[in-house]
Design a protein around this ligand. Structure first.
Ligand code: XMP
Ligand code: MG
Length: 183
């Protein structure tokens, strides 16, 4: 593993993806998106806050062939009803997605409940197309069938932090993705 530019946080048990691995994979995803959306206008929608760092790197990996626009949403699970996957939109789009190609960018898909609910809500606004790009995918944890088209890395069922992902709002700034040491 190549050295990261900062020392590993003591609360992190293991680095899963260091800066080099993330950079390389995001470059590949950007190239794939550039091919898939060449000549089109693409509305890239980041799901706050977790997608922030991934999205900023991903956007810069998309080539000039795509006319990129960006927007954000923030969602939260309704307390007590998380198992139903009902989400509450805390911050809505500013752009009108009707008739547009949309790419929702997320940090991680776990049970799939958040994104299946969010994409259903967004599809009701009749975008021309809607795909999801997630940095991480805990494939084995699904509670509802949900398959993102673009996935950075598939990971096992471990709680990870860094590169936008938090535990209790901490660790988002770490430049790598690591498994949190259990207290
Ligand atoms: P679902 O289960 O709806 O949830 O797919 C996705 C959301 O759950 C959070 N999540 C995590 N956050 N490390 C985190 O920091 C993790 O390992 C993790 N697994 C799930 C995250 O907020 C994501 O948007
Ligand atoms: Mg999130």
């Amino acid at each position: 593993m190549a050295a990261t530019s900062v020392s590993v946080h003591p609360d992190v048990r293991k680095v899963l993806f260091d800066e080099d691995a993330l950079r390389l994979r995001i470059r590949e995803l950007g190239a794939q998106l550039t091919r898939d959306y060449a000549g089109r206008r693409l509305l890239v929608v980041g799901v706050l806050k977790g997608s922030l760092i991934f999205m900023s790197d991903l956007l810069r990996a998309i080539g000039n062939e795509v006319d990129v626009h960006m927007d954000f949403v923030a969602v939260s699970s309704y307390a007590g009803t998380a198992s139903t996957g009902t989400i509450r939109v805390l911050l809505d789009l500013r752009e009108n997605p009707e008739g547009r190609d949309m790419l929702v960018v997320e940090d991680i898909v776990d049970t799939g409940l958040t994104l299946s609910s969010l994409t259903e809500t967004l599809r009701a606004r009749r975008p021309a197309s809607l795909e999801v790009c997630t940095l991480l995918d805990k494939v084995e944890c699904r509670k509802t069938p949900f398959t993102p088209k673009y996935v950075g890395f598939k990971i096992p069922n471990e709680f990870v932090v860094g590169f936008g992902l938090d535990y209790d709002e901490r660790y988002r700034q770490l430049p790598y993705v690591g498994i949190l040491r259990t207290p």
